[in-house]
Design a protein around this ligand. Structure first.
Ligand SMILES: Cc1cc2nc3c(=O)[nH]c(=O)nc-3n(C[C@H](O)[C@H](O)[C@H](O)COP(=O)(O)OP(=O)(O)OC[C@H]3O[C@@H](n4cnc5c(N)ncnc54)[C@H](O)[C@@H]3O)c2cc1C
Length: 320
């Protein structure tokens, strides 16, 4: 595992940023069928089928329309359109719109809404995210803003703060591997925000991030305590048994009821554990990525675990 983290992980994460590999992989049908373990499909119908299956088994849902790093305003507009369609479809489901914990949610990346555009990127992303939040409000869904690489964190949190003035239910992701995150957790926990805490999926420099897996877990546990002690709604996004056990203990320590925090995991990962937690009466939300631009998301999953990489290589070998 040490060599995997030191050598393979940075290499795989570098590949996740390669335009050429992305272009080829997304058009390669053999890869596509392997990808389905983590990405259930490409369109709104696939998203709705996954949502139905998860809701029927007592789990909550967050759907991510895959895409990141758009390079022109037209592509950002297309992302907004896709989210509005998705929200209209989610709104068509008979769900309790007044529920304190909204069962349906979309997750979005501000880089897919134009954040990195050279001219007015931040303003464009803010306006686009505003359109999506308005529609989510109408259909009774939540929105959570994903966290991307550390160069975007200040801009992302600034956009989230502005949106939360109008949409107090808007959530965002904080990454425990970043050294700044304990402070960010304190701010958002004080303001009563919904915060999805994850370890972090990008290859970040030691100047800003903990790189040793044990240090990342320690930071996660410190941040989670801050969130559980605060007035917001912690969303415990991890597959790690250490984190999951600690979340239950911290919830008891801070006398949080089951509807005052939730567990979150990714589609296709630890499905049995997701069901076990839900069967015990916990809120468990599953992050479901859908769309054609699955390459970056998929490669980050390969970089997380030798077993994921082996699964992929074995499947390719069997098919060739
Ligand atoms: C809902 C959700 C949203 C996310 N959003 C973001 C985001 O916006 N930005 C971002 O940077 N990252 C995001 N991530 C990814 C996250 O940062 C981590 O990269 C990813 O979750 C892996 O970390 P982990 O905490 O699950 O544990 P890891 O450190 O990957 O795994 C720890 C342990 O968990 C167990 N485990 C993990 N996978 C499996 C498996 N398949 N089967 C059995 N056991 C397993 C093993 O015991 C393993 O040793 C998100 C994750 C989730 C769940």
């Amino acid at each position: 595992m040490g060599a995997f983290n030191r050598v393979a992980r940075p290499m795989i994460l570098a590949a996740s940023r390669s335009e050429m590999l992305r272009h080829n992989a997304e058009r390669f049908p053999l890869t596509r069928s392997v990808v389905q373990r983590f990405v259930p499909g490409e369109g709104v119908d696939d998203a709705m089928a996954a949502a139905r299956m998860l809701r029927d088994s007592g789990r909550l849902v967050s759907i991510d329309h895959l895409g990141e790093d758009v390079t022109d305003a037209g592509a950002a507009d297309a992302t907004v359109k896709a989210y509005l369609q998705l929200l209209d479809a989610l709104g068509g489901r008979a769900e309790d719109r007044q529920a304190t914990v909204r069962p349906l949610e979309v997750s979005l990346k501000l880089s897919a809404l134009g954040q990195a555009l050279a001219r007015d990127g931040e303003k464009i992303a803010l306006e686009n995210a505003h359109l999506i939040c308005e529609r989510a409000q109408q259909v009774g869904a939540w929105v959570t803003v994903d966290a991307e690489d550390h160069t975007t964190t200040d801009s992302t949190l600034s956009i989230v703060r502005q949106l939360r003035v109008e949409f107090g239910w808007l959530g965002t992701v904080l990454q425990a591997y970043l050294k700044r995150t304990e402070t960010d957790c304190a701010e958002f926990a004080r303001d009563g925000a919904r915060i999805r805490l994850c370890k972090g999926a990008y290859d970040e420099p030691a100047s800003v991030a903990y790189r040793d897996p044990a240090a990342v877990t320690d930071s996660y546990l410190r941040c989670l305590r801050v969130l559980m002690a605060g007035t917001g709604y912690p969303m415990v996004a991890s597959h790690d048994p250490v984190v999951i056990a600690a979340a239950g203990e911290l919830a008891r320590e801070y006398t949080r009821a089951t509807d005052e925090f939730e567990y979150q995991m990714l589609y296709g990962i630890r499905d049995g554990e997701q069901r076990r937690l839900a069967d015990e009466g916990n809120h468990v939300r599953v992050y479901v990525p859908v769309g054609t631009q699955w390459y970056g998301y998929f490669v980050r999953r390969l970089a997380e675990r030798p077993a994921n990489l082996m699964f992929f290589l074995r499947a390719l070998a069997q098919r060739n």
